[in-house]
Design a protein around this ligand. Structure first.
Ligand SMILES: NC(=O)c1ccc[n+]([C@@H]2O[C@H](COP(=O)([O-])OP(=O)(O)OC[C@H]3O[C@@H](n4cnc5c(N)ncnc54)[C@H](OP(=O)(O)O)[C@@H]3O)[C@@H](O)[C@H]2O)c1
Length: 331
């Protein structure tokens, strides 16, 4: 990786960063970016005029904040969500500030709507520079999609897989485009488990289904990078730490109440996402998991750790599984 794609950190900054990363609270809360931004001398992302960026889940929380910031950095932002009124409000905010925005309404739990979205984008744009797969939710109970898949699996893996696959041609028209996946630090609690990725109603636990899907997103990110031709696309996974969003207050109200004062602001939560999206084409090196402008370990617990060989095999198995179950939606 070239030095320009990393934050500028002194030996002291590196020491502080590693000390924070050793403990979840220091790293994931607002303490992380507050200290790291100073010790590593973060600079504001540079404007990238005309860069075409798709943001899923842009009607709320982190996706909304990322869309607003990327529009302010002169990107043309395509905001994707389910709720037309919320999307209209985000778009109005962007246009009022002189930004460039387009709205795409789609329920990404429904693979037919994902396909229709990909086809509309492919026919409307000559090139797409950045795809941000951000839409996601921690669901309290087991639900299924119109195609009969468990919803957590569909929203975090099946739909991003179909969208990313179907947008390959239009993304290859850009000067080395990027696919950025919003995962979660929750993934550290679960090992990759393809056999139990889709939980059945009897054993369903929302937090486990969510953590497994988020772990699988990181495995997929690396597998995608391994398979993509080097000059085509760069794949990055990022997690936002713990950030105050409507999603957190709805799905984890007690966590939100207890951790409230320490939660990151949405701006802190998307700092690395926005920074990655505005890096030069081909930067940074793909296949990695990022937090606070540094690549991070994929593991925190021994029970989840595998060696490089097993990780590569997990990626192959996951790609084969996703290609199989979504085959009729890949075009
Ligand atoms: N906040 C955190 O601390 C945190 C931590 C780790 C990871 N994350 C991840 O960050 C991402 C954003 O979460 P957030 O905290 O910003 O939550 P949020 O405020 O609830 O926003 C979630 C976004 O995803 C969209 N979405 C959910 N299901 C969808 C579907 N089926 N089709 C289309 N859009 C859908 C929502 O659209 P609607 O407006 O239609 O609901 C909304 O725009 C998620 O992937 C989440 O897992 C967040």
């Amino acid at each position: 990786m070239s030095h320009s794609s990393r934050s500028t950190s002194s030996p002291f900054g590196t020491l502080v960063d590693r000390s924070l990363e050793a403990g979840v609270i220091g790293s994931f809360t607002r303490i992380g970016p507050s200290i790291r931004s100073r010790t590593a001398h973060w600079v504001a992302p540079k404007p990238t005029p005309g860069r075409v960026v798709v943001v899923t889940g842009a009607s709320s929380g982190l996706g909304k904040e990322a869309a607003l910031e990327l529009a302010a950095l002169e990107c043309h932002v395509i905001i994707v969500g389910r709720n037309q009124a919320r999307l209209d409000a985000v778009a109005a905010n962007i246009t009022a500030s002189g930004g460039s925005v387009a709205i795409e309404q789609a329920d990404l739990a429904d693979l037919n709507q994902t396909v229709a979205l990909a086809d509309r984008l492919s026919s409307s744009y000559d090139a797409i520079d950045v795809l941000i797969n951000n839409a996601g939710a921690l669901l309290a109970s087991h639900t299924t999609t119109p195609q009969g898949f468990e919803t957590t699996l569909a929203v975090h893996l099946l739909s991003p897989f179909v969208l990313t696959t179907r947008l390959a041609s239009v993304m290859e028209q850009a000067d080395q485009s990027k696919v950025i996946t919003m995962t979660s630090g929750g993934m550290y609690s679960e090992a990759f488990d393809l056999a139990h990725l889709e939980m059945d109603p009897t054993s369903y636990k929302g937090s486990v289904a969510y953590a497994r899907a988020k772990r699988a997103q990181v495995v997929l990110n690396l597998a995608w990078q391994t398979h993509e031709l080097p000059h085509h696309r760069t794949f990055c996974a990022v997690h936002p730490g713990w950030t105050a969003t409507p999603g957190i207050s709805e799905s984890l109200p007690i966590f939100q109440k207890v951790m409230g004062p320490l939660l990151r602001s949405p701006k802190q939560g998307v700092d690395t996402l926005v920074w990655l999206a505005t890096q030069a084409p081909g930067e940074p090196q793909g296949g990695q998991l990022w937090l606070d402008r540094e690549p991070r370990s994929l593991y925190r617990l021994k029970k989840t750790r595998v060696n490089e060989h097993t990780l590569a095999r997990q990626g192959e198995d996951l790609l084969a599984y996703l290609a199989h179950v979504t085959s009729s939606y890949l075009g």
